[in-house]
Design a protein around this ligand. Structure first.
Ligand SMILES: *Cc1c(COP(=O)(O)O)cnc(C)c1O
Length: 344
């Protein structure tokens, strides 16, 4: 995806594609027989893994994605780290890996920010944090046995915007195939992204689409890595939480802010017919840590293109503005979402 220049605090800019550059340091802890050891800060370097490692054969892996933002006041703040810790614990449990204690994971995320503080870009850039957990038992006969050894590490990456704000996105609506499986829709497990990738490449080649919006059987769920919300001047409509899709922290933040600003927030199922009708009357946004809030300009369903008439409208801008103001410490954080990294 195109990246925007993200100036860092020490004055240099990153023009790299989102996520393609890692900051110098990571935090790491290994678990033996289910028990995690003390975390360490280490320079980012190749991992030594036995070729029989469980993750390489049986996909025992999960991850998270969150951001630390540098405010206009110079303070660096983590955004809703506690919620990402809880979600990673749920994912670890779903892939039957040892579950990292919350205090350990929270500390490793924070230490990864501190260890890379000089690489946190100025807005609209941010330091993207990527906690990863993989099963490391060396046993190729362990298809039906959980890995009791694991590696947990937190990478950091100075990023610009994932989707350059102002550019509108084209989504292909997929009504036949699901993104994931019923028991894994709300798990941030690598296998889900491998499953969705082929369909995304096909949508890109055939329709020039940026992403696939999965709507199996007509039930509008989400794209490969973002939730979707419909907005007009009065309402925000989005699918109610169920196991079929990833429960985004950004989704929850946007809903909370929308309620606060007086929008009627409606969580319920949305079918494809309603979504296509919405292109005539409201805005459509992708919401996620990487995407923040990205404007959808066109939907493609069965080869037919539907332009979102209100794309570029004021409601997405307003909600996005309110969200990033909290993240950057420019507006009061009334929900306890931000943790200032105090290194004094
Ligand atoms: C990570 C992710 C999201 C967005 O979640 P956030 O917590 O808002 O970053 C949405 N859908 C999928 C499939 C994801 O992997």
């Amino acid at each position: 995806m195109p990246a925007e220049d993200a100036p860092t605090a020490d004055g240099h800019t990153t023009t790299a594609t989102f996520g393609s550059v890692t900051a110098a340091n990571m935090t790491i802890s290994s678990a033996h027989d289910g028990v995690f050891g003390d975390p360490a800060v280490e320079p980012v370097a190749p991992l030594a893994l036995h070729p029989s490692a469980h993750v390489l054969h049986y996909g025992s892996a999960c991850f998270e994605g969150l951001k630390a933002h540098r405010g206009t006041d110079g303070v660096v703040r983590l955004f809703r780290a506690g919620d990402h810790v809880r979600r990673m614990q749920a994912s670890a449990s779903a892939v039957c890996l040892p579950v990292p204690p919350s205090a350990l994971l929270a500390r490793m995320i924070r230490d990864a920010v501190v260890a890379n503080l000089d690489e946190v870009p100025d807005p609209p850039g941010a330091l993207y944090l990527r906690p990863v957990l993989i099963g490391t038992d060396a046993n190729i006969g362990a298809a039906a046995t959980p890995s009791r050894d694991a590696l947990l590490y937190v990478l950091a990456s100075p990023v610009g915007e994932y989707f350059t704000f102002g550019r509108t996105l084209t989504l292909r609506i997929e009504t036949e195939l699901p993104r994931s499986t019923p028991q894994f829709g709300s798990v941030k497990a690598g296998a889900n992204y491998a499953m969705a990738l082929g369909l995304t490449l096909k949508a890109r080649a055939e329709d020039g689409a940026d992403q696939v919006l999965f709507a199996p059987g007509g039930d509008v769920q989400e794209t490969g890595a973002s939730n979707v919300v419909l907005i007009d001047d009065d309402r925000l409509v989005t699918k109610a939480l169920d196991r079929s899709f990833l429960h985004g922290v950004t989704r929850d933040s946007v809903l909370t802010i929308a309620r606060d600003l007086g929008y009627d927030v409606v969580e319920r199922d949305i079918d494809v017919d309603e979504l296509l009708a919405w292109t005539e009357r409201g805005e459509i946004a992708l919401v996620g840590t990487a995407a923040v809030m990205a404007d959808v300009g066109t939907l493609v369903a069965d080869g037919l293109r539907y332009d979102v008439v209100a794309s570029g409208g004021p409601n997405l801008r307003r909600l996005r503005g309110a969200l990033v103001a909290v993240q950057r410490g420019e507006a009061p954080d009334r929900w306890g979402w931000t943790d200032a990294i105090d290194i004094g």
